[in-house]
Design a protein around this ligand. Structure first.
Ligand SMILES: [Cu+2]
Length: 69
C-alpha cells in the first residue's frame, strides 16, 4: 500500500472536495482518499499493483482538478 499527498489548489469549496474524492475513489486500487479544503491537500492510499500514481493524477485532472507537480 502506497500513500501520497497531492496538492490541488483549484479546490475551493465542499463540492470540489467531493468531486475529487469521488473521482479518486472510483478508481480500482484506491483504498482511501481524503481532500482537505483548508490546506488544498489530498491524501490518497492506493495499491500500487492495481493503479499507478500517474493514473490517479490523470483521473483527478480529468475531473477538473489537476494536481500540481
Ligand atoms: Cu468548489
Amino acid at each position: 500500500m502506497q500513500q501520497v499527498t497531492l496538492n490541488i489548489p483549484k479546490m475551493s469549496c465542499g463540492h470540489c472536495t467531493m468531486t475529487v474524492e469521488g473521482a479518486g475513489s472510483a478508481l480500482a486500487g484506491v483504498s482511501s482518499i481524503k481532500a482537505d479544503l483548508g490546506t488544498k491537500l489530498v491524501e490518497v492510499s492506493y495499491d500500487e499493483d492495481t493503479v499507478t500514481l500517474e493514473e490517479i493524477r490523470q483521473a483527478l485532472a480529468a475531473a477538473g482538478y489537476p494536481p500540481e507537480a
